[in-house]
Design a protein around this ligand. Sequence first.
Ligand SMILES: Cc1cc2nc3c(=O)[nH]c(=O)nc-3n(C[C@H](O)[C@H](O)[C@H](O)COP(=O)(O)OP(=O)(O)OC[C@H]3O[C@@H](n4cnc5c(N)ncnc54)[C@H](O)[C@@H]3O)c2cc1C
Length: 451
Amino acid sequence: MSETFDVIVVGAGPAGVSAAIYCQQKGLNTLLLDSKPKKEIGDKVCGEAISKKTVHNVSEKLNVEPPTGGEINTNVEQLVLRTSLPVDHISLPAIGYMVDRYIYGQRLLANATKAGVKIQDNTRVISALVESNTVKGVKIRNKQGQNENLYCSIVIDCSGILAVVRTNLPKDFETLLNKELTKADYASCYREIIELEEDHNLEGKIVLQYEGDIPKPGYIWFFADGKRKLNCGTGFIKTGKNKERSVKAVYFNAIEKYYPKETYRTLDGRGGTVPIRPPLWNAVAPGLIVAGDAAFHADPLTAEGHGPALLAGYYAAKTSLNAIKNNNVSTESLWKYNKLIMEDFGNEHARYRVLTIALNRLGVKNLEFLLKRKVVKKSDLTSELVTGKESILSLLGRTIRCFPRLHLLLIVKKAMSLSKKIDELCRNYPNSPQTFMEWKKKIEKIYRKLE
Ligand SMILES: Cc1cc2nc3c(=O)[nH]c(=O)nc-3n(C[C@H](O)[C@H](O)[C@H](O)COP(=O)(O)OP(=O)(O)OC[C@H]3O[C@@H](n4cnc5c(N)ncnc54)[C@H](O)[C@@H]3O)c2cc1C
């Protein structure tokens, strides 16, 4: 009979390696599976901008080195919102790095090997093994092309946006867990790394450039990667009238306005997919935890998902350790994971989803108007958006600046007030699954009010 593991982690992206390293370090017999060959793990289409604070925080928890040397391409200092006007409308501090995802990903994999994690590459997970209403392992297609069952106490699904374990569970298994993936949950992207003939003057900046002819969320990004290199791309939800539109064609149309083809050479150009939803409200089921893109843990506004995936993997491992110690892998026992996510980045991502919906509703021309007239300011994207507190004078000033498009102010105010409600609900995330459905109804109702 084959070996039984404490934990099987599916996917060796940032969420998976983080989970596997911590589990193994804490003495759990851990198996990490990935469908790719080892030498390709970490190679992912990405904007490659990561937050220093998050990555240092997780590195400390995992006792591994943060990105270093050749893993870092350059530093990031600001997140900038632009429209077709040649100004930085809003500029927020965003201290981080442009990393080389492949080199950093390979190093994290080496950290997992060093920690003693068993790594099985070229292994495609097909689905979960469910027995007695509990996930007991995974069904795989192994290197030799044969199907095999692998058993464990807890499976951590870190398989990225397709969430192979979560989306292939029996329908009647754990009704509190969303087992679906719909087209509205993610944006299809096209990303290039380009080298310009001249300096781009965006050093230290990651720019979200809103453009009227890019379908929602409506921007092309330009992330400075040194003086002449840019990581740029766009993406949108391929539903409705945009179902048949080519992301690549939209990208080339948008970039041409800023960097005509003859002014740069393309070093890499590929497609990818990024979640744009708020986090899964519940990401556990008996014997199962879902982390990273598989649980929609990326920031819905900026697509920053690398740091959140590392954090989610760590929290999933911590929760697994506790559950295995207590010999209890029930939903109740794993519930703490949801709270950890919500208290860390979940609340913020839930609010940023409100902001993205509001931006989509406004449209780029109106956004430009609001930014130009300073009806929407930097503070709206940070503290005021949450507290919803605004003095009469400040409101009056906003109203005057918004004239004659006062209806836009109503959208902004509504988004602020709903964001505040989301914040309150997230702060009061249920302590146990018993009251979860009631809580979920409330939060989903708030999003419906905006859409
Ligand atoms: C275009 C684009 C730009 C982005 N820009 C940024 C950015 O600038 N900053 C940022 O922080 N984030 C960015 N992201 C998001 C970030 O890349 C993800 O959020 C992050 O990689 C999620 O990590 P993960 O571990 O959850 O999943 P992944 O990194 O996707 O890893 C999943 C792993 O699971 C494996 N796998 C999949 N299916 C199976 C299976 N059936 N069996 C076994 N293994 C399987 C895969 O091979 C892969 O190794 C971007 C994403 C895209 C697409």
